[in-house]
Design a protein around this ligand. Structure first.
Ligand SMILES: Nc1nc2c(ncn2[C@@H]2O[C@H](COP(=O)(O)OP(=O)(O)OP(=O)(O)O)[C@@H](O)[C@H]2O)c(=O)[nH]1
Length: 359
């Protein structure tokens, strides 16, 4: 059985910076094929056009599918599922699927759709990323243009028009596995810190809040792309530590007026933890989930050998969401062990985390 294709849901109010974040991601995808599913009612097709125009090799026009029949929660069966099936039936299916939803459609029905027969064996929900307009929320508006969000809302009769935006915002925060505070260039450090703390207290336990300007985040932070690839676990860990030290002193005197340079890698760190084979997948996943919450881990991904099982267990986690499944038999030449890549914001205590995972 081949590995499942991870799918990431990106949500957030109109103008929060979802499209900007996705463009940055495509431009830095390192050759991975990312398919995009876009659900934009309101400004029909606009985002699709922007993204199609980006000209990135990693995401050709064929890789962008638009759902334009209204609110995604209401059209899962006749629009989303067939689109996914088409994508999965391709000769070369994508490495990763990214779904950009309108901020007014709550991601829960979409996430449930991944349990549909025919989908659940091929795709796994990588995580729900909620993009927040840091400036607007700091100013108590939730979105850059409240009038535009309301106008978008009126276009779809299926949407509840009475719920205050504040409540929709709370729902978006509540369903996030990772929160991105975008537009930090428009915030003072104190404002950014205050908003980060506030969102962390409103989100589910274990959800990390990362800050971004123009959505510039490393692809492996956003999508877990590349991490967990069997061959380069060790290499990546070295690269990251190295990178981290090298650029440390740049940031202090460097004001971010070039949104697309990639020094934001400095803000993240990753390392590999190797453990013996495990005995109980469910108990191990629960244990890992506790360590993730206790140690502010952003992502964790890897493979475990399970005592008495020929198949290898795949693990992937973003914040409190943890997914495990058996993906393929372990080869005769492979060591029966457990290898996990841990990613977090700089300052993560690798020694304490390794000890906690081993406990
Ligand atoms: N100053 C500043 N502007 C930003 C940042 N990120 C995005 N923007 C701008 O904010 C506007 C909205 O960004 P988009 O990426 O289109 O937002 P979106 O969430 O995709 O919006 P919709 O697709 O319309 O729902 C654009 O004009 C962006 O250039 C940022 O970090 N700082």
């Amino acid at each position: 059985m081949p590995a499942k294709i991870p799918a990431t849901v990106v949500t957030g109010f109109l103008g929060a910076g979802k499209t900007t974040l996705i463009r940055h991601m495509l431009a830095n995808a390192n050759g991975k094929r990312i398919a995009l599913i876009i659900n934009e009612f309101g400004d029909l097709g606009v985002d699709g056009d922007i993204l199609k125009g980006c000209g990135d090799e990693t995401c050709s026009e064929d890789d962008i599918m638009e759902l334009s029949n209204g609110c995604i929660c209401c059209t899962v069966a006749d629009d989303f599922i067939p689109t996914m099936e088409k994508l999965l039936a391709r000769e070369t299916p994508p490495d990763h699927i990214v779904i950009e939803t309108s901020g007014l459609a709550l991601p829960q029905p979409l996430v449930r759709a991944f349990n549909w027969p025919g989908i659940s064996t091929k795709v796994t929900v990588d995580g729900v990323v909620t993009v927040v307009d840091g400036k607007a929320v700091t100013e108590g508006r939730f979105a850059h243009s409240v009038a535009a969000v309301d106008a978008q809302r009126k276009l779809d009769e299926n949407l509840d028009h009475e719920t205050p935006l504040s409540e929709l915002f709370e729902d978006q925060v509540a369903c996030a596995d990772m929160l991105v505070v975008n537009k930090t260039d428009l915030l003072t450090p104190a404002e950014a810190e205050a908003l980060t703390e506030r969102l962390k207290s409103e989100a589910r336990g274990g959800v990390q809040v990362v800050r971004a300007t123009h959505g510039a985040l490393p692809v492996d932070v956003l999508l877990g792309q590349g991490i967990g690839a069997e061959h380069d676990l060790e290499a990546r860990s070295e690269v990251h530590h190295h990178h981290h030290h090298d650029h440390d002193d740049h940031d202090d005197d460097h004001h971010d007026d070039h949104p697309h340079h990639d020094h934001d890698h400095d803000a993240f760190t990753s390392f590999v933890v190797t453990l013996p084979e495990i005995t109980e997948p469910d108990a191990f996943a629960a244990h890992v989930a506790r360590v993730i919450a206790d140690h502010d881990i952003l992502r964790l991904k890897g493979f475990a050998a399970v005592a008495g099982k020929p198949m290898r267990l795949t693990l992937q986690a973003v914040g409190p969401r943890i997914e495990t499944y058996f993906d393929r038999p372990l080869g005769a030449d492979e060591t029966r062990e457990t290898r996990l890549v841990v990613i977090g914001q700089a300052g993560l205590d690798s020694v304490a985390i390794a000890a906690a995972l081993a406990a």
